[in-house]
Design a protein around this ligand. Structure first.
Ligand code: ADP
Ligand code: MG
Length: 353
């Protein structure tokens, strides 16, 4: 965690990209690339990559674009963590289909503000994520940008058709499950934004990042894809009826499942997995921890529904909470509070009756 506590300071050394040019940069990226997948027949270096998917499996493709100033702030995001996160959030989409991520391609738009050392830091994180998730970087594109940095990643995965899980398969009576904990990444962002403001007012002031905040900041800066949950589900023989990853907040993703599956939702406040650190930070900022969990976003946890017959199996999953039940569409989308009061789940927040 030590790196989160230091003032973010890009590498001292600065070598202009123009000294090696686009081809030099691609060679540099290629030299650092390691393959883990036997299906990768040809990676970076030709006009296209050549890939093989396991027999009987279908190919899954997902893409995401991250723009500086919109999706990330280089004022408090170290480039290696940005690289790691950019890969992880894409793999999260493949995991959300209950599929195994296998390859990625990366397109970059760079301004001359970025040195070779900065690109090295970005790819250090990208390669670290590839290693962590057993995924191969097999190509990409590089172009110049007038201003900010843009990273576009396409992830490829595969799975047998019977195990591919969509948003549309939830059935009345299904248990609603979520991995990990919610709201922490949002609180991490609040803390980073606050410290950055202090920093802008007084450049000599070091951002004050308390040890307590380390977990929250890590959840914001170093997102992880829950591919481990996909493997665990396979091991215990559970194929969810519906699944989605939580990028925009639990509420929004629940509404996606409800709409795609044409069902209602009932979740319970006392079942929501919210860390104590998240609760404490929320109260510091005068926010409700429930709002953070429902609408915070960037948790990259998996939200899935399973038939009640899988209850015993899912109950044993260490990092999974059962938070509610799928109801008939006519019963609406509801959050039951500890007080027994019932609240309508909305994407923008939550409104009392
Ligand atoms: P082309 O002119 O055919 O588009 P490029 O010169 O753009 O070829 O790319 C050469 C090789 O380098 C290709 O294999 C491409 O996939 C790979 N590549 C280009 N940019 C990147 C990048 N930013 N990250 C990873 N691979 C890249
Ligand atoms: Mg190209």
């Amino acid at each position: 965690m030590a790196d989160f506590h230091q003032k973010i300071n890009m590498s001292e050394k600065r070598t202009e990209l123009s000294t090696i040019g686009e081809f030099g940069l691609i060679e540099r990226i290629s030299a650092q690339t390691v393959h883990y997948q036997s299906g990768t027949q040809l990676g970076i270096g030709d006009d296209a990559a050549v890939l093989e998917i396991p027999q009987g499996e279908q190919l899954l493709v997902s893409t995401d674009m991250l723009a500086e100033g919109i999706h990330f702030d280089l004022g408090f995001t170290p480039l290696h963590l940005l690289g790691y996160k950019a890969v992880a959030v894409n793999l999260s989409d493949i995991a959300a289909m209950n599929a195994i991520p296998r390859q990625i391609v990366i397109s970059l738009a760079l301004s001359n503000r970025f040195s070779i050392e900065a690109i090295d830091a970005l790819y250090l994180g990208i390669n670290q994520a590839c290693k962590e998730y057993n995924v191969d970087l097999v190509g990409g594109d590089t172009t110049t940008s007038r201003a900010g940095l843009i990273i576009s990643i396409t992830a490829l995965g595969s799975q047998v058709p019977e195990k591919i899980v969509k948003r549309s398969g939830a059935k009345v009576g299904d248990l609603i499950c979520v991995s990990g904990d919610l709201g922490a990444a949002y609180m991490g962002l609040q803390i980073l934004s606050r410290e950055k403001k202090v920093f802008e007012v007084d450049p000599d002031m070091q951002p004050e990042l308390k040890e307590d905040h380390a977990y929250l900041i890590q959840r914001q800066l170093k997102a992880e894809a829950r591919t481990d949950i996909v493997h665990e589900l396979a091991e215990i023989g559970v194929v969810p009826n519906a699944m989605i990853d939580i990028s925009d907040g639990l509420a929004s993703e629940l509404l996606h499942i409800a709409k795609s599956s044409n069902v209602g939702i009932q979740i319970f406040e006392d079942k929501l997995p919210i860390e104590n650190l998240t609760r404490l930070a929320a109260s510091d900022f005068g926010l409700s921890p429930i709002t953070c969990a429902l609408n915070g976003g960037e948790d990259y946890e998996l939200l899935f529904t399973v038939p009640q017959s899988d209850f015993e199996k899912v109950k044993k999953m260490e990092d999974v909470s059962i938070i509610g039940v799928i109801r008939e569409a006519a019963s609406g989308k509801k959050l039951v509070l500890r007080s027994d009061q019932v609240i309508e789940i909305t994407a923008q927040g939550w409104t009392h009756f």
